[in-house]
Design a protein. Sequence first.
Length: 408
Amino acid sequence: MTLALENLFVLDFTQIMAGPIATRHLSMLGANVIKVEAPGKGDVMRSLMAEGAAAEHGFSSLHQYLNPGKRGLGVDLKTPEGRKIAQALAAKADVIVENFRPGVMARLGLDADTVRAENPSVVYCSISGYGQQGPKADLAAYDGPLQADSGLMSLNGFPDGPPTRLGIMAIDMLVGSNSASAIMAALLRRGATGEGQTIDISMFETSLHLMAPQVLASATGGPAPMRNGNNTAARLPTDDLFPTGDGDILITAINNVQIAKLFEIVGLSDLSGDDRAASADARARNADFIQSELVGALSKAPSADWEAKLRNAGVPCARVRDLAEVLGDPQIDANTLLSATEGIPALGISPSTVLAAGYRTDTDGPELNTAPLLGEHTSEILAELGYSPDQIEDLSAQGVVSPAPPDR
C-alpha cells in the first residue's frame, strides 16, 4: 500500500478535539505524526469517558479515535532540555500543528517565525479560538462557549424557549476537517513553489460558516434570524418534526411533487387542491393549519409505517432513532463505518470500537492503526535525534521526558 502522505513528518502539539482531528486525517493517510504531550498526564482526552484499565493507562476509545497511527512523545516543554528536543524536531518537520493560545509557542521558541528561520519550507498551522490577532485573540476557547459567543446557540431551540447548546461538538469537528484541508492545500503549494506557509484557523470564524445562510442574511440587511425548533429557516410547514402514533418522524417535503405525495400518503389528498395549500406562498401563510392537519393524520400510525411509505414514494424522511438502534443499522456494516481496535491484553485493556476514516477510496488508504500510550515512542524518537540510551535514561529520571510506558 502506498499512502498519500508517506514520508511526511508532522509534529503535533495539539490536544482536546479540533487539533487532534486535523492530524488524525494526516496520520491515516500515512504521515509520520508525533504527538507531543506533557509527561505524567498527557492529553485530557486519553481518559475521558473511559473506565478501568483504559482510563488508568489513558487509552480511551476517544483517544484511539483521535490519534490512530500517531507516535507518542512525552516531553516537558517547560524545561530548557524539553524545549531543545521540540525545537530539534521542529527543524525537521514538514508540518507543525498547534492549538495553544496565541503567544505560547513564541515563549517556547516554537512559533512560526522562529521555526521558519531554520526550516523555511515548513507548513505551520495554528488553531485557536479567535485567531492570532484581534481583541479576543488571548481568550481561552472551547466548543461550548464558542457556540454562545458566535450566535450559534441563539439559532438553536424553539422560538418560545431558551437558546440551546448543540448536543455535539460541531465547531471542533469542522475546525479539524477545515485545518486538514488547509494543510493539504499548503503542501500542494509547497510542491509547486518550494515555500512553506503559515495557516491561521479560528474556531470563531469556523462557527460563522456553520451559519452561513443566516449570517449572510443578517449582514445584508435581512430580518433577524430566529429559532425555528425542528423547522428550518425557510419556515416550510411540510419540513418539520411530526409526532406519530408511537414516536416522531422528521419529514422534509420541499417541492410540489414531494408535498403532493406527502398529502396523498397520509390521507390528505384534498389539500393539494385547497387554496390554503396549493402553492408555496399559500402554504407559508397557512402553515399552522397545514401542520395541524398533518399532525392529526400522522398520529394514526407508527413512525416505521409512515417512514416506509414516504420513502417508497420518494419523500425524504426519517423516524427519530437513538444511537443504540443506529449502531445496529446494516448500513454501518455494509460500509465498515466502525472498526474494532486490538486492545492491549497485557495491560488489561479490552478491544474497543472506533469510527473509521469517514470516507473510502478504491486503493491506498486511509488506514486505521493503533493509537499510542502516553510517551510510548519517546525513547525511539530521541534515539532518532541522536540521544544515547544513557542520555534518554537521564532525561527520564529528571522528568524532562516520559518514562517508558508498560509493554503492550
